[in-house]
Each structure stands twice: as C-alpha cells, then as structure tokens.
Design a protein around this ligand. Structure first.
Ligand SMILES: *Cc1c(COP(=O)(O)O)cnc(C)c1O
Length: 376
C-alpha cells in the first residue's frame, strides 16, 4: 500500500508550487553573504513606515484571536473601491482566495479554463479539486503586438459544457502581458454568466493608467466577475499574507462558507488598513518600478537580449539557450532570479524589478555570465 493511492485523484496528479529560492538558503549552500533576490516580485521599497508603526502597536494584543470577519479592513476596502462590505472577501494572500474560488465552484465533474503561461497557482487549485483544466493556446513568439500574450478568443473557445471558472491574470505573471481594456470588456460580455470569471489583478497598481481597466465598475455589469487583488506586491506586505476578492455579494457569501474564520491574522489586518492609508508609499513604489523597468530594458537591449513586454514589476528575458545554466551561474554571483521552465518557458528567466542599485547588479551579473565581462 502507498499513501499516494489513498490520496484523492486530484492530489495524486499534483505538482507543488516552486517558490523563488530564499536568500538564506543560497547563502547557507554557497557559504556567501550579501546576495540579492529578484525572484519573487517583492517590492524593493519594503513596507511603509506607518505600517511598521501600526504593527508594533498591535503586538500587545496578540493573545486575542483576530476579528474573524475582519470588519475594519473589509469596510476600508469597500470604501476604497466604492462597494459594499458584503462584496469583499479576504484571503491569506490572494492565493488563498483563488483556492476558495476553486473549492466553491469546481469538482471532478467540472472544468476550468486558463491560458498557456498563466500564473502557476491556477493549475494547482484546479487540479486539487479534481476538475479538468482546459488550457488555451497563447499567442506565439512571433505575434506582433503581444508575444506570449493570452488570446481571449482561444480562451472563449476552450470553454466546454463543464466549465465553471475562467482564470485571467492582467497583467499575467510570469509573462507580464496584458489585455486591452476594451477587449477584456467584450470578452466578459461574451461569457455565459453561469461561468465565473476570475480577473487576477495582483499587479493592477503598476499598470500604466491608459491600460488600467474599469474592472471594479464592471462588477455592476457582470455578476459572474470576481476581481482579486493583493497587498503582497505594491504594498510590500508579501510576508504577512493578505489579499482579497471583490465580487457580487452572493458569490462573496459562498466563498465565505469555505473560508477558514481566521484566515487573515490580526497583524495582517492592521497592516493592510495602514497600507491603504499611505498612498504616498504606493506612488513611490510605482515610480521606483517604472524607472527600474526602464533601466532593465535599456540594459537588456544593450546586451541584445529579447524579453517579453511587461507592465508588471518583473520582466522575463530570453537567454537564447536553456536558462538553467545561466540561473546557476547567477546564483554563484549571489543573484537569485526565477527560472520559468515549469511554465513552458525553458529559455527564459524572470527578473523582478529592484532598486536602481539592485537592477544594476543583476544587469552586470548577467553580462558577466553571458558575455564573460568582469562584474567586479
Ligand atoms: C504574486 C501574485 C499573486 C499574489 O499572491 P499572494 O498570495 O497575494 O501573495 C496573485 N496572482 C499573481 C498572478 C501573482 O503573480
């Protein structure tokens, strides 16, 4: 007997998510220090000072359970988005929300649709329920406007009679590709309202204004729409784990049935409220990213490297060879980036946009690995 045979069918076929390599692990393995991680799309600015203060103030109350309904944070989010509290569902990171959605709407008799190169959490949460994954072909490399971009027509065509959920990331990770707002709205209008559409906007704040869709307003038009957002990226709170969904109240009520009552801890609740009260930190984070992305692009162009056009806080770069060796060589220079072979992109490495100095360091290290130039 093996315990694997006893696991539910979905879990038997599951491969765990591989996160970016932690700095401590690399330094332990190589006996080095001062390494740099640009592998998990973390915000180089770090959390805002007012968030840090709010967290310190919260410490003496840690013996209490959190507010299970997280009323303050949900109210604050409702106010922020001009919605009602009943439309907000919190998660232990938005990954948790994605899982709540899968568990609410999927089982072995159903299917979910997402694109090739889509965020790796979608196949995991779908597979765990035993539902079928219908994967739509993305645009080819040669596509003029959006190489590796997600093809809304192909996504619609991938829908079958069992489909209950469609996952879309805008922009997507690890490609950084996006949808035109008008095309996305057309798509939503075409989807059968019995199919839930998850619009994952983890990088929303980083998008140029001209490409930001009026997605929150679409909630009034499309009752099957669920928008997910996170405090991990622009608010620099990845370590605390807090994200949320915006939806119609009926869907939120269903997600709440599956949700563990204390899925968002008290520190995370307090920090998220304080983060929403610090728009300067958000603006500064956007500015650092806009400049950093430009800096990386200039450096990559100088090295004659191709990359997938991105509007996130990361960029995926074609190494023109299997990227594993380049990844290893970068590790030996104390720089951690992200291999994305598991996404079907074996020649690409994803680089998170860092501070100016960090970007300079990753560019120099890359030049040294690929072109043998000195990086001292
Ligand atoms: C980073 C990311 C998230 C956010 O994950 P959290 O669980 O909120 O930290 C969600 N979707 C995508 C596409 C991401 O890249």
């Amino acid at each position: 007997m093996s315990y694997k045979e006893l696991a539910v069918t979905g879990v038997q076929g599951l491969t765990p998510y591989v996160p970016g390599k932690p700095v401590e692990e690399l330094e332990r393995e190589l006996g080095i220090s001062g390494s740099l991680k640009l592998a998990s799309n973390e915000n180089p600015l770090g959390p805002s000072k007012s968030v840090q203060k709010a967290l310190i103030n919260e410490l003496p109350g840690l013996h209490f359970y959190p507010d299970g309904s997280a009323y303050k944070l949900r109210s604050r989010l409702a106010q922020e988005h001009h919605l009602t509290v009943e439309q907000v569902t919190l998660g232990n990171g938005s990954n948790d929300v994605l899982e709540l959605i899968a568990r609410t709407f999927l089982n072995q008799q159903t299917s979910a649709v997402f694109s090739e190169y889509a965020f790796a959490v979608y196949p995991i949460v779908v597979q765990a329920t035993g539902a079928k994954a219908c994967v739509a072909k993305a645009y080819p490399v040669e596509h003029e406007r959006m190489p590796y971009g997600h093809d809304l027509d192909a996504l619609l065509n991938a829908v079958d009679h069992q489909t209950r959920v469609i996952f879309l990331a805008n922009p997507n990770n690890p490609t950084g590709t996006w949808f035109e707002p008008a095309a996305l709205q057309d798509f939503l209008a075409k989807v059968n309202p019995e199919i839930v559409v998850v619009l994952d906007e983890a990088y929303f704040e980083y998008m140029p204004d001209s490409l930001k869709p009026d997605s929150v307003k679409w909630l009034a038009l499309f009752p099957n729409l669920i928008i997910t957002r996170t405090f991990s990226k622009i608010h620099a709170l990845a370590g605390l784990r807090v994200g949320y969904a915006l939806s119609n109240p009926e869907i939120a009520e269903l997600l709440n049935r599956v949700r563990q009552p204390f899925n968002v801890n008290s520190m995370a609740q307090v920090a998220a409220c304080a983060a929403l009260d610090d728009p300067m930190h958000v603006a500064q984070s956007v500015m650092i990213n806009t400049q950093g992305l430009k800096q990386l692009i200039i450096g990559l162009d100088e090295m004659d490297l191709n990359y997938i056009p991105s509007i996130g806080n990361f960029i995926s770069v074609d190494m023109k060879q299997p990227a594993a060796a380049v990844y290893d060589a970068l590790l030996h220079r104390g720089v951690i980036v992200r291999p994305i072979a598991n996404y079907g992109l074996p020649n690409h490495l994803r680089i998170t946009v860092g501070s100016q100095q960090q970007n300079e360091r990753v560019l120099l290290a890359l030049d040294s690995v690929l072109n043998g130039s000195s990086d001292d």
